[in-house]
Design a protein around this ligand. Sequence first.
Ligand code: AKB
Length: 318
Amino acid sequence: MKNILVIGATGQIGSELTLKLREIYGNTHVVCGYIPSAKPRGELRESGPFEICDVTNPEQIATVVLKHHVDTIYNLAALLSVVAEGRPQLAWKIGIDGLWNVLEVAREHECAVFTPSSIGSFGPETPRNNVPQDTIQRPTTIYGVSKVTTELLSDYYYRKYGVDTRSVRFPGLISYVTPPGGGTTDYACDIYYSAVRGEKFTCPIGKGTYMDMMYMPDALRACVELMEADPYRLIHRNAFNIAAMSFDPEGVFNAIKKYKPEFEMDYDVDPLKQANADSWPNSLSDVAAQQEWDWKAEYDLDKMTVDMLAKLREKLIR
Ligand code: AKB
């Protein structure tokens, strides 16, 4: 049985991943690592162990790892792309200094490590469509620079020290549970909240701007399946392209309108978000993930829309 530490467990991915990992590996085997300004609540707090674990504090990480006999760390602490652009030094401190801390603890205590990368690790020189697994990255955002560094440092620790590091490049993630905070792709989540609340949606990303997106259940499954994958089949490690759907604002608007014909949207483009989105590709190829660990997304835009609308109706309208 694995003993897992999730760092950043109260964030958008962590709050759902921690519960999924508890379902799979047992409640007592998955530690919710949090910082005091983002305390766990509800089921996250009640269903299993929780510990203060700041990624910028190596002693704290080591203490939790030793206390709970941790052998696998999901390192989810990071600033999303828009927030990172406003605070580049903090983004680096959390994303890269934090990663060094995690990798050093992992090296000493023989832990496997998952640290997500993103479609934001690509830049304007990357091919626009169906981006291959191995290609030019050269991002222009601090978020992207830190994600490429994450990929390289994680591969370095695997090659030099044998630390079992693995990762995926997440698309924009859409979920009805914990809203994202400060990302470029947040609109794709926010639009569903507006639709269910019966409000008009003002989109901060321009018409015709395509980005890869994924429904959270697929994203969580990707984390677990990659960490369970047979290491002898893995040619790549940090980080795999994964894909489910690519759409622009009109695409998701029309998907929602099919079920809510009265829904309305207009545009007020945010220059920072638009610049980030313009520097990222339209769509990724996930062939390497399919070949090396049998990755396959289950949700397309329509299937996700039906589920998001139903789940948000339950959550917001009682
Ligand atoms: C963001 O928009 O910053 C993230 C991402 C695509 O990595 N959702």
